[in-house]
Ligand binder design. Structure first.
Ligand code: SF4
Length: 424
């Protein structure tokens, strides 16, 4: 490993490569989901050089380099260290799981929580006791605005109901919010609540905050941290309706929102997008399979939106590929027996420009359902090289049809959509 010394932890960093069906997977957590176009081009270069060129954008707004070769790990580690993209330890990488509203600092109606998220990351890195939190335990900072984060499966969310309303805490998917708290006390309160979770989960054995909420109730957990519940008529968990295309928020804030079919972009496609945006532009990662490019001017937005379709990327909200969630599937996942993404493309081709809402169709390689939380109008679940089909349910629900061959998939989805009332 290179002797790269890292600013984030002032010590050599580590990678946490995970074995998959197509080589190693390397996750990159970008603070606040923010990266310069120059850094995006560097990451694309690494994906090409050390992996198979595929880069996934996850539901937690992280990037994942796929198909990394084991023998390349020392060089990749050194290169990521030089880019300040490593954490000081495995446990630090695992616990630094903080998602931020992708329009923070762009949408004037979104309270900018990036500094708060940075403080939260620092707390999580420094407080070693919190490194015992379960691997999937996650945090979110939701500043509201046009595209609020809403329910992204976080265990603790700091929510700003509106400018000047302060921050409140939400536990798991509970509808109860804490009383407003000052920015200065927010990370301390989150730390206190995380420690309450840890002390109780060690005996009860649960892994997520929602499990503790189900037993103790949000009000009781808040009271143990010295907080009251105070929703005061606020709507909780408002869902975002982000749309691909060009958007202007103010005189100097315009974006191109580019849809990544099934959450994946190849390095060869990311590079030209970053180049068109220009060195002063920045990218924001979202949990919605959208890549936001904040451009210096509308000419850059127009240029990106003109180029993206030829790269197989999505620039129109009605594109059917945004209505389909598909997991990695075969051959990238060892649990899969079906090429889910290929099959999703096949289904999209047959459905054409049908206007379906995001999340209408879920193509899952197995009952684990990695690509989508919750239900879909139509869910296909891979099994022994074929698919079972679930209507208005999730991958583990009872199928209405079983063992559908690939050649019959699109027709099966069409008729199931009619049954499920899937057309928007
Ligand atoms: S849903 Fe199953 S097949 Fe698909 S990525 Fe997850 S574990 Fe693999």
């Amino acid at each position: 490993m290179s002797p790269a010394t890292l600013r984030r932890g002032w010590c050599p960093g580590v990678l946490r490569p995970m074995p998959t069906g197509d080589g190693l997977l390397v996750r990159l957590r970008l603070t606040s989901g923010e990266l310069s176009c120059r850094l995006a081009a560097d990451i694309a270069g690494l994906a090409d050089r050390y992996g198979n060129g595929a880069i996934d954008l996850t539901q937690r707004a992280n990037l994942q380099l796929r198909g990394v070769r084991e023998e390349c790990l020392p060089e990749l580690t050194a290169a990521l260290g030089d880019l300040d993209l490593l954490d000081p330890s495995d446990s630090a990488e695992s616990v630094r799981n903080v998602m931020v509203s992708p329009l923070a600092g762009i949408d004037p109606a979104c309270v900018d929580g990036r500094a708060l998220a940075k403080n939260l990351e620092t707390l999580l890195l420094r407080n070693i006791a919190l490194h015992a939190l379960p691997a999937k335990f996650g945090f979110a900072v939701d500043g509201g605005g046009l595209w609020p984060l809403g329910d992204v499966g976080a265990d603790m969310t700091l929510i700003a109901p509106g400018p000047g309303d302060g921050w409140r805490i939400r536990l798991g998917g509970s509808p109860s919010l804490s009383q407003p708290i000052e920015v200065a006390e927010a990370t301390g309160q989150v730390s206190r609540l995380a420690q309450i979770f840890l002390s109780k989960s060690s005996t009860a054995g649960f892994r997520r905050m929602r499990d503790l909420v189900a037993i103790d109730g949000a009000a009781h957990i808040f009271s143990e941290a010295g907080l009251l519940v105070s929703n005061a008529g606020l709507a909780v968990g408002k869902r975002a309706t982000p749309e691909a295309g060009g958007h202007r928020f103010s005189a100097d804030a315009c974006i191109a929102a580019i849809g990544l079919p099934f959450g994946r972009i190849e390095a060869s496609k990311l590079k030209p997008i970053a180049a068109l945006a220009g060195p002063r532009a920045a990218l924001r990662l979202t949990p919605w399979r959208l890549l936001i490019v904040r451009c210096a001017d509308e000419a850059a937005v127009t240029a990106i939106l003109a180029k993206a379709p030829a790269l197989g990327l999505v620039t129109t909200p009605g594109d059917v590929r945004l209505a389909i969630d598909a997991c990695t599937g075969a051959p990238g996942c060892v649990n899969a027996t079906t090429p889910t993404r290929e099959d999703a493309i096949l289904i999209a081709g047959v459905l054409g420009q049908d206007h379906l809402k995001p999340g209408t169709i879920h193509v899952s390689g197995c009952i684990k359902g990695c690509a989508r939380r919750g239900t879909a109008r139509v869910t296909l679940v891979g099994r022994d090289g074929r698919y079972d089909l679930v209507v208005n349910g999730g991958p583990s629900d009872a199928p209405v049809r079983t063992a559908i061959a690939r050649g019959d998939l699109a027709a099966a989805v069409r008729s199931a959509l009619a049954v499920a009332g899937g057309a928007a």
